[in-house]
Design a binder for this molecule. Structure first.
Ligand code: PMV
Length: 338
């Protein structure tokens, strides 16, 4: 069902329930820094690829019979205030006071250490908006997802998407290429399960306030975004992967030069980086990409997946390798009208 037909679901005063699935995404030109923290307006435009193998499935049910908002995350009760705040945003838009029951499951193995806030907030936005009976065009849906988690906005259109910089209303995600447009595969390489010590919101605050390289990064990003858009237009997956590695090192340079320093890498992260460099020296076009954590994405062409996987699987510090094709948009999978 398309988002445009959601109006037809509105049933005043009744109980509505919807389920949505959304993919996680990998920053290719990464987002690190905000100009408005409360509204999560990013300092820079960013480009990502959705990951078909890393998904979250979320059901939201609004009902007058529900006394309190509740959340069950991966079969465990949770009190994540960001989720309840997001429900408040949806209620405000719908002019509703109904409380909600939210059940969310990650479709990737727990503990592999890949962040689920992008897939989680994209799935929550789509299911919540549908359950509230709201009609919302895609840009608004992606803006709403951004208020929950910046990177979640890019999981709404799916494929290769750009979250535009700009003010609150204009910072929305648009699709630059579809999931099947490029020869592009990602290996999500898990090396650690421990939660990061400095979350991304606090990390961004520290970097923007203290890194002497942050202003230089913003200047570099103008050209970096242009080069990434051009590589996507040319359907050149290897160039996309190469530019994502360049941007990884640029972003982590601002993190490493923050005060206090933000060192998201572990020894195992460096093992994977070295293995990727060795693969390249031996002629395999594989490139690493790292968000705010110790785990690593390795991007390559489909024909090279087996060779890359064998090399990485042989590292003692690697605990899991999940292969992913580019993923599609966030979508409703079920709707229940009571
Ligand atoms: O997921 P968020 O909104 O807290 O932002 C994290 C941003 C990075 O993952 C570090 C980079 C990116 O562009 O995804």
């Amino acid at each position: 069902m398309s988002v445009h037909s959601w109006t037809s679901w509105r049933t005043e005063g009744s109980r509505l329930k919807s389920t949505a699935i959304a993919c996680a995404n990998q920053g290719l030109i990464k987002y690190w820094g905000k100009t408005d923290e409360a509204l999560r307006v990013p300092s820079n435009g960013s480009i990502s690829v959705c990951l078909a193998a890393l998904t979250t499935r979320t059901t939201v049910e609004f009902s007058e019979a529900i006394a309190h908002d509740s959340l069950v995350l991966n079969q465990r009760p949770s009190n994540d205030p960001r989720v309840f705040k997001h429900l408040d945003r949806i209620r405000a838009l719908a002019g509703s006071k109904m409380r909600a029951r939210v059940v969310s499951e990650n479709g990737f193995p727990p503990g592999v250490g890949f962040a689920s806030s992008a897939s989680g907030f994209a799935a929550l936005t789509v299911s919540g908006v549908a359950a509230a009976g709201l009609a919302m065009p895609l840009p608004e849906l992606s803006r709403l997802a951004r208020l929950g988690s910046g990177s979640a906005s890019r999981s709404i259109p799916g494929g290769f998407a750009e979250l535009l910089a700009g003010d609150d209303l204009h910072s929305v995600a648009v699709r630059l290429a579809g999931p099947d447009d490029l020869d592009f595969r990602t290996l999500a390489v898990g090396v650690g399960e421990s939660p990061k010590k400095v979350g991304s919101s606090e990390g961004m605050r520290i970097t923007t306030a203290t890194s002497p390289f942050f202003a230089t990064r913003l200047e570099y990003l103008v050209g970096a975004l242009d080069r990434m858009r051009a590589a996507l237009r040319a359907r050149n997956g290897t160039e996309v992967a190469r530019l994502a590695e360049v941007d990884t090192l640029n972003m982590h340079a601002t993190m490493l030069t923050s005060d206090p320093p933000l060192v998201y890498w572990s020894g195992a992260t460096l093992d994977v980086i070295r293995a990727v460099l060795a693969l390249r020296e031996a002629g395999t076009q594989a490139y690493f990409s790292i968000d705010a954590g110790e785990n690593v994405f390795v991007n390559c062409r489909q024909q090279d997946v087996t060779a890359v996987r064998e090399r990485l699987g042989g590292l003692a510090s690697v605990s899991s390798v999940i292969e992913s094709a580019p993923g599609g948009p966030a979508r409703l999978v079920e709707d229940h009208l009571f």
